[in-house]
Design a protein. Structure first.
Length: 242
């Protein structure tokens, strides 16, 4: 089954998992600074999936057994509509970053380099802006370790780092000011962990946050990752979405 296909089991799964729960609209009076929007994605159970019948062992979802554990498990595939989520950002001319609690070095060969070597997100890594340093702005190369886990890096996989700080790092990488409400209003953030959504809502209320459903109350149960429902929820509610 192609990652773009809809299967009957998906509808049943999403009905069981419920809606977008604790996601938040930005304040109605939040001004939005001019310029591209910024998409920030969690990785595990947002861009990836586990124990999801719609993705497990299915062609096009880049399933693998990882050497680094996630929530105690090692089997992962791409999220059900993760490719569409990235493509929706690229098509809108938005910046794209990652803020994850995975361990970048332990997971480098399992989660990071396959994004490029397997063309897991072709809209991203085939974009004319990907690694195009001479462009007015570009998507920094994902397989360059220098672009990960620094104070102004576009990509973070660092356990224990508060998600607001992960988002702040991505903002700095693309020239946005995390202290400026109008710049925060340009950010959309997708994550499967309610506590992360709550932390961002509390400290960065202008950010549009969307909770990605999973199979149970904790990540150990797995989930299908981001779906079109959460993609649409983010763009429908983002202030100044382009």
């Amino acid at each position: 089954m192609s990652p773009w296909a809809r299967v009957a089991v998906t509808a049943g799964l999403l009905a069981t998992l419920g809606g977008c729960g604790d996601d938040r609209d930005p304040p109605a009076d939040a001004a939005v600074a001019p310029g591209p929007m910024l998409c920030v994605f969690d990785y595990d159970l947002t861009l990836s999936s586990h124990a999801c019948p719609a993705t497990d062992a299915r062609a096009g979802y880049h399933c693998r057994v990882t050497g680094c554990a996630t929530y105690g498990w090692h089997e992962q595939c791409l999220g059900l509509d993760a490719q569409a989520a990235i493509a929706s950002c690229v098509a809108r001319g938005a910046y794209v970053g990652i803020a994850s609690h995975a361990d970048v070095d332990a997971c480098w060969v399992d989660k990071v380099t396959p994004i490029v070597s397997e063309a897991q997100f072709p809209a991203w890594t085939s974009s004319p802006r990907y690694a195009a340093r001479d462009a007015d702005w570009h998507y920094p190369a994902l397989d360059d370790r220098a672009h990960w886990n620094c104070a102004d890096c576009p990509y973070t996989m660092e356990g224990g780092l508060p998600k607001p700080e992960g988002i702040a790092r991505v903002m700095r990488a693309f020239g946005l000011d995390p202290a400026a409400a109008a710049d925060r209003a340009r950010v959309l953030f997708w994550d499967d962990e309610p506590a992360n959504i709550a932390a961002v809502t509390a400290t960065m209320p202008e950010v549009t946050t969307v909770l990605v459903p999973r199979n149970g109350a904790t990540g150990e149960a797995g989930g299908c990752g981001i779906t079109q429902r959460e993609i649409d929820a983010g763009w429908d509610r983002a202030r100044g979405a382009r």
